[in-house]
Design a protein around this ligand. Structure first.
Ligand code: NZQ
Ligand code: ZN
Length: 389
């Protein structure tokens, strides 16, 4: 196990009706709030009205900015920065999924910065400070409610890029599983694939003797695998929704990274797919992750045997360990398919003629190779895309 420091300070406020506390929570950190949200989902569900009522009841002054799109856009981030400066906003409340939270984090980085916020995303500047943020989560998936990451798409350059900054972790995350009852099956499934991918990005490590975090990763994976079919067949099953919601936070608040090195190559490849054709992040991961596994499993067959046996209950074969490893990967892919997700690039309109540009973009601004479990160059990424065809 490697040495580590771990601080994941987001206060989790979990359970029924917790969104009514939003105003009082914001008041602990700011005087003037930007209420940031996405499209129509929070208006249809009544959450919009509940948040406005809570902010008013807390006596807070606020302005609002809706319209965050999935794969959130730099353009709206810049608009949010201007609005916050004009209005003297000192706290940002994100109400929605990962896209809204990431957009809020980007605005929070941009307000105190003299240059263009995109500088941070393309590695031309390091953030020094950020406005505080809070989140009311409506989609368990990205873990952004407690993560240090923000992922933004610049449509002009066609790039989707992330920045990691510790102070970007929201001060609080309000998580009421009931707010996820309205999720369409496809978004629920995308969330499941993303949560599982966050655990798997950490699980596949070259660091030995990390038994506790191996088991924590497996616990997150097995919990999500058990509960995903339940929420798809019974969208209002509170307990199943709650299990998935909490798993989503634990998968990406860095607890599972303690003492080990994570990989994240599949995420980097997927971000290029989202930038290229706006595919939902979880759907892109359902395509890329099994292909990445097939490309790298020989690097550490024993780890893939463990994955197959512990997570997918495959009976391990002592004499044919590769067969066991491949069976685990096959079951992962079949599981994603059973959730209604795409599992091949052709299904989302990505073809071999796109592979080279996608692979090159994955490495742009990265300097070196991509990933850690196996370090990938452009040709490796092209091979993975071929396996994902
Ligand atoms: O815009 P509205 O109308 O709210 O609809 C949204 C959106 O269309 C809808 N939705 C959200 N909650 C709902 C709901 N519909 C009905 N009922 C609800 N309760 O779902 C759609 C997708 O929302 P979005 O926020 O885009 O999804 P997600 O949470 O999966 O976020 C994806 C983004 O986060 C990034 C991804 O790359 C992608 O850009 N990620 C962020 C990470 C982080 N900050 O740590 C890590 C991840 O690996 C990921 O890269
Ligand atoms: Zn993800």
């Amino acid at each position: 196990m490697l040495d580590f420091r771990f601080l994941s300070p987001t206060e989790i406020i979990f359970g029924k009706g917790t969104e009514t506390a939003a105003g009082e929570e914001c008041k602990k950190y700011g005087k003037k709030v930007l209420f940031h949200y996405g499209g129509q989902s929070i208006k249809k569900s009544g959450l919009y009205d509940a948040i406005v009522a809570s902010l008013k009841a807390a006596g807070l002054d606020f302005v609002e900015l809706g319209g965050v799109q999935p794969n959130p856009r730099l353009r709206l981030v810049r608009e949010g920065i201007r609005l916050c400066r004009e209005e003297g906003v000192d706290f940002i409340l994100a109400v929605g999924g990962g896209s809204v939270i990431d957009s809020a984090k980007a605005i929070a980085l941009g307000v105190p910065y003299g240059g263009d916020v995109w500088d941070f995303y393309i590695g031309q500047a390091q953030p020094g400070q950020a406005l505080p943020t809070g989140a009311v989560l409506t989609l368990p998936a990205t873990g952004s409610e407690a993560s240090r990451a923000s992922v933004i798409t610049d449509q002009d350059s066609g790039l989707k890029r992330s920045v990691n900054f510790e102070p970007s972790r929201p001060r609080f995350a309000i998580m009421n599983p009931e707010l996820t009852f309205t999720l369409p099956p496809f978004q629920t499934a995308c969330g499941v694939a993303d949560i599982m991918s966050h655990a798997m990005e950490r699980y596949f490590t070259a660091v030995p003797h990390v038994e506790l975090t191996d088991r924590l990763c497996e616990a997150v994976l097995k919990t999500v695998i058990n509960n995903a079919p339940m929420v798809l067949s019974e969208p209002e099953n509170y307990d199943a929704r709650a299990e998935i919601m909490w798993a989503g936070t634990l998968a990406h608040n860095d607890l599972l990274t303690t003492g080990r090195v994570s990989d994240f190559a599949s995420h980097m490849i997927e971000h290029e797919l989202s930038a290229f054709n706006d595919v939902a992040h979880g759907a892109g991961l359902a395509i890329v992750f099994p292909a990445w596994m097939r490309y790298v499993y020989k690097h550490d067959v024993a780890r893939f045997v463990r994955f197959a046996a512990e997570v997918w209950n495959v009976e391990p074969s002592y004499f044919l360990p590769e067969r066991t490893a491949l069976e685990g990967i096959k079951r992962l892919r079949a599981f994603f398919r059973s959730l209604g997700l795409p599992v091949s690039l052709a299904e989302i309109g990505v073809y071999p003629e796109h592979f080279e540009a996608l692979a090159k973009n994955t490495r742009r601004f990265k300097g070196g190779k991509v990933g850690n479990f196996v370090k990938l160059d452009t040709d490796d990424i092209i091979e993975i895309l071929r396996l994902a065809q």
